[in-house]
Design a protein around this ligand. Structure first.
Ligand SMILES: *[C@@H]1O[C@H](CO)[C@@H](O)[C@H](O)[C@H]1NC(C)=O
Ligand SMILES: *[C@@H]1O[C@H](CO)[C@@H](O)[C@H](O)[C@H]1NC(C)=O
Ligand SMILES: *[C@@H]1O[C@H](CO)[C@@H](O)[C@H](O)[C@H]1NC(C)=O
Ligand SMILES: *[C@@H]1O[C@H](CO)[C@@H](O)[C@H](O)[C@H]1NC(C)=O
Length: 452
C-alpha cells in the first residue's frame, strides 16, 4: 500500500469494562476491576489495566518482559560506504506485561507443497498488515495489538522492517537507518532497532509469525528515495547503484543477524512493492536473485520472499494494465522461478489499478495457477477494497479455494492503543479489531478457513 498517514488520528474511548480486553484498572479509572471468566486483569502501566486471556484473579497481576533478541549488529561484506552504529542513549522502559494466548512457535515456518507449515501444521493461513507495529514506542501497545491479533486466529503479521531517514530526528522519534554517502548509521538504540526487537519478542510470546521487509519503493518511512538522496541516481537505478546496494545489504545483515534464530520470523521480504519504471525486466530479476541469495547466505533457516504486487503477463489474464510488464517493470511469473525466493507475493487494489472490484477474482486465480505450475505457494499479502465485505469477501473465498494461494492478509489492521486510548489510523482500508466490518472480514473468514 502506498499512502500512509499519521498513525494516530481518532481519539477513542476505552473498550467495555470487564469484558475481554476491557479496561479494569488504572489511575483515574473507577469502573469494574474484575474480568469475565478466562480473563485476568493485568497492569500495563499505572494508567491502564486490561482484561487479557488468563486465569481470572481478583488482583491485577504484572509481569516483566524484556527483549530476547540478540543485540549484535553487522557490517557489510561488500560495503563501499562506511557504516556506524548509533546505540542511542535514552532507554525506554521495557517493563510491561502480556498474555500468551497461543504457544510460541518452536520451529521455523516453511513451505510444504503449495501451502505453509507453521509449528508442524500445514494449512491455509490468514494474517494482516501492521506496518506501524515497529514504530510504536510503548511496549504495552505492541502487546495489546498482538494479543488481539492472536485471539482472532490471524497468524501472520507483516511489519515494516525499515525506517530510513536522511536527517537524524530528535530523540523520541523512531528511525532505523540514517543514509548518507559520507557515512550511514544503523540505529540500534532505544528508538531504533530495539523497537523491532520488542515486536519480535512480543510476536513470539503471542505465537504470531512476522514478515519483515527491508525497504519501501514508496517514500513513506524513507524508502528507495532516501537512498537516492544519499547515493544519487534515481528510483530506477537504485537496483544497480553500488553504494545504495552495499548499504541496503549492510542494513539487511544488521536486521537478519538480530533475529536469525527467532521462530517468530515467518519470512524476510526484499521490499514493499518494488517497481522499476521503464526498466528491462532483468533489473528486478537480477536484484531479487542477488538479494535473496545474500539473505540465504546469512540465514538459511528462514523463508525469503519479494514483497511485490504481482505485475506482468500471466496465463489466463485479460491483458489489463496490471497484467502488463510496464506496470511494475518486471515479469512476476519469471521472478517466481528464483530458487532463493521461497514463495510468491501478490497485492490487490483494483480501484488504484483502474479495474472493477470483481476483477480481483481473476487476479487471484491466475496467480494461483502460476504458483501451482511453479510448485511454490503464494501469499495474497495485501488487499483492500474500501473496507467493504461485499467487495472483499469474494476475493477471500477465491483465495481460499485456489490451489497455489496459501494465505491472505488484509490491509490493514486497526486497534485502540492502551497508551493513549486512541485508535490507529483509518486509511480507508483499516479494519478495527472487534468493530465495524471485523466480523465479516475476519471472524467469518477464519471460521471458513477452519471449516475447509
Ligand atoms: C543462533 O543459533 C546458532 C546455531 O544454533 C548459534 O551458533 C548462535 O550462537 C545463535 N545465535 C544467537 C544470536 O543466539
Ligand atoms: C516506486 O515505483 C514507481 C513506479 O515505477 C516509481 O515511479 C517511483 O519512483 C518508485 N519509487 C519511489 C521512491 O517513489
Ligand atoms: C520460469 O518458469 C516458467 C514455467 O515454470 C517458464 O515458462 C519460464 O520461462 C521461466 N522463466 C525464467 C526466466 O526462467
Ligand atoms: C459495498 O460494495 C457494494 C458493491 O460495490 C455496494 O453496493 C455497497 O453500497 C457498498 N457498501 C458500502 C457500505 O459502501
Amino acid at each position: 500500500m502506498k499512502a500512509i498517514a499519521a498513525i494516530l488520528l481518532l481519539a477513542g474511548s476505552a473498550a467495555g469494562q470487564q469484558a475481554a480486553y476491557g479496561q479494569c484498572g488504572g489511575t483515574g479509572y473507577s469502573g469494574e476491576t474484575s474480568c469475565v471468566s478466562g480473563y485476568e486483569c493485568t497492569s500495563y502501566n499505572p494508567y491502564y489495566y486490561q482484561c487479557v486471556p488468563g486465569t481470572a484473579s481478583a488482583a491485577p497481576t504484572s509481569t516483566s518482559k524484556t527483549s530476547a533478541a540478540a543485540t549484535t549488529t553487522g557490517t557489510s561484506k561488500a560495503a563501499t560506504t562506511t557504516s556506524s552504529v548509533n546505540t542511542g542513549s535514552t532507554a525506554l522502559s521495557t517493563k510491561t506485561s502480556s498474555s500468551t494466548a497461543v504457544p510460541a512457535s518452536t520451529s521455523f515456518a516453511k513451505t510444504n507443497g503449495l501451502l505453509f507449515e507453521i509449528d508442524g501444521v500445514t494449512k491455509y493461513y490468514a494474517g494482516t498488515n501492521c506496518y506501524w507495529c515497529g514504530f510504536l514506542t510503548a511496549n504495552a501497545d505492541v502487546d495489546h495489538v498482538f494479543a488481539d491479533i492472536a485471539a482472532s486466529g490471524l497468524k501472520i503479521v507483516r511489519v515494516w522492517g525499515f525506517n530510513d531517514v536522511n536527517t537524524i530526528p530528535s530523540t523520541g522519534t523512531v528511525w532505523f537507518q540514517f543514509l548518507s554517502a559520507s557515512g550511514s548509521q544503523i540505529n540500534t538504540g532505544a528508538y531504533g532497532l530495539q523497537r523491532l526487537d520488542y515486536v519480535v519478542s512480543s510476536a513470539a510470546a503471542h505465537g504470531l509469525q512476522l514478515i519483515i521487509n527491508f525497504v519501501n519503493n514508496w517514500s513513506d518511512y524513507g524508502g528507495i528515495n532516501a537512498y537516492v538522496n544519499a547515493f544519487g541516481g534515481s528510483a530506477s537505478t537504485w537496483y544497480t547503484n553500488t553504494g545504495a546496494q552495499a548499504q541496503y545489504q549492510a542494513y539487511i545483515q544488521a536486521v537478519v543477524s538480530r533475529y536469525k534464530n527467532s521462530t517468530a520470523v515467518f519470512a524476510w521480504e526484499l521490499a514493499n512493492e518494488p517497481r522499476c519504471s521503464g526498466c528491462d525486466v532483468s533489473v528486478i530479476y537480477n536484484w531479487a536473485a542477488a538479494t535473496s541469495k545474500y539473505i540465504k547466505s546469512l540465514d538459511p533457516n528462514h523463508m525469503v520472499t519479494m514483497g511485490d504486487e504481482g505485475f506482468g503477463p500471466l496465463t489466463g489474464g485479460d491483458g489489463s494494465y496490471p497484467y502488463q510488464t510496464s506496470a511494475g517493470g518486471y515479469t512476476w511469473v519469471d521472478d517466481l522461478n528464483i530458487t532463493t525466493l521461497d514463495f510468491g507475493t501478490l497485492h490487490l487494489y483494483p480501484d488504484s489499478w483502474g479495474q472493477p472490484y470483481d476483477w480481483g477474482n481473476l487476479w487471484v486465480s491466475t496467480h494461483g495457477a502460476a504458483c501451482a505450475n511453479a510448485n511454490k505457494p503464494c501469499l495474497l499479502e495485501e488487499y483492500g477494497g474500501t473496507n467493504n465485505c461485499t467487495i472483499e469477501n469474494p476475493w477471500q473465498n477465491t483465495a481460499l479455494s485456489t490451489d497455489g494461494i496459501a494465505g491472505d492478509m488484509f490491509w490493514q489492521y486497526g486497534d485502540t492503543l492502551p497508551s493513549c486510548s486512541c485508535q490507529t489510523s483509518q486509511d480507508g482500508n483499516t479494519v478495527y479489531y472487534n468493530q465495524g466490518n471485523w466480523d465479516c472480514m475476519v471472524t467469518q473468514h477464519i471460521a471458513a478457513i477452519n471449516a475447509s
